[in-house]
Ligand binder design. Structure first.
Ligand SMILES: [Zn+2]
Length: 288
């Protein structure tokens, strides 16, 4: 037991995601089930979400439909499974600005938002380059960038520059620049007691296959297929994360990983969504 509770909350899924999107070079290997999730951290008075999901009703929902995402469930119901209301969320740490990680911000009216300065700058640059550069816009809902501007006017946006330790106590963010996106970041949770460190990898690592390849007994880094940055930087960042957790892959929590429900205690909700319990703080109760 430690000082932080962490739950991975599935809010929709793609049953037909191309394997090549998850593993670079996995051509003609068909499709796989890909959960879409965000991660809830509770520590002290802080209610932190790592990423925010998307909104099925806006252009993010259209992107989701175009890639076969189904079963979208609003944050009220998803967070409700842990006894949290959307308005209770105090902090949102955005690993990056793809629609499925940022589009749900509008449901979290009281949260302070943290994103890398480089992430926001790079999307502004890509949008300004115009239509011929639209392949770089894949996965972006431009309205989400507008939302960040609105949140900024309201004093709810903070642009992180590189590393930030103890953004809330025991929750650190580290940059993974020029990887999945230009300004991706990942979250290290250092929870006291016996729980140790966990890494919430964002899309720098989609699934454990990015850390091990097909044969976990002879591991090989295979970077995600979708990258605006470089495959080399993705692999370097994966190695950096593994070192932080003493090369223990299971301490890395990729939010698109279906196997999490088999590695950690979990249950299916009434909406048939996966709720995975990574750890429970002293004095808190299991939601599984
Ligand atoms: Zn992404």
């Amino acid at each position: 037991m430690g000082t932080h509770s962490i739950w991975v909350l599935e809010y929709s899924r793609s049953p037909v995601h191309p394997v090549s999107g998850v593993c670079y070079g996995a051509h003609n290997q068909g499709t796989m089930n890909l959960p879409f999730a965000y991660i809830l951290i509770k520590t002290g008075d802080a209610v932190v979400l790592v990423d925010a999901g998307h909104d099925a009703a806006d252009f993010g929902g259209q992107i989701a439909n175009s890639i076969g995402v189904t079963g979208w469930t609003p944050p009220e119901i998803v967070l409700g499974e842990c006894g949290i209301r959307p308005q209770d969320v105090t902090h949102v740490i955005l690993t990056h600005a793809h629609f499925d990680h940022i589009g749900g911000l509008k449901f979290l009216p009281n949260a302070k938002i943290f994103i890398q300065k480089k992430e926001l700058e790079s999307w502004m640059w890509i949008l300004a380059k115009g239509r011929r550069f639209r392949s770089l816009q894949a996965g972006l809902n431009p309205a989400d960038i507008l939302y960040l501007t609105q949140a900024n006017i309201e004093g709810r946006l903070e642009l992180v520059e590189g590393e930030r330790e103890n953004l809330v106590p025991g929750v650190h963010v580290y940059p993974a620049f020029d990887t999945h996106t230009a300004g991706s970041q990942y979250v290290v949770v250092e929870t006291g007691g016996g729980d140790g460190k966990f890494i919430l990898s964002g899309d720098v690592i989609y699934t454990y296959s990015n850390l091990t390849g097909e044969d976990a007994t002879d591991p090989c880094f295979v970077p995600p297929g979708l990258a605006n940055g470089s495959q080399t930087r993705l692999i370097e960042s994966a190695e950096e994360m593994l070192k932080i957790v003493g090369m223990n892959e299971r301490r890395i929590v990729p939010m698109h990983e279906e196997q999490l429900s088999k590695i950690y205690p979990s249950r299916l909700t009434a909406r048939q969504l996966m709720l995975v319990e990574i750890c429970v703080a002293d004095g808190d109760v299991s939601r599984v």
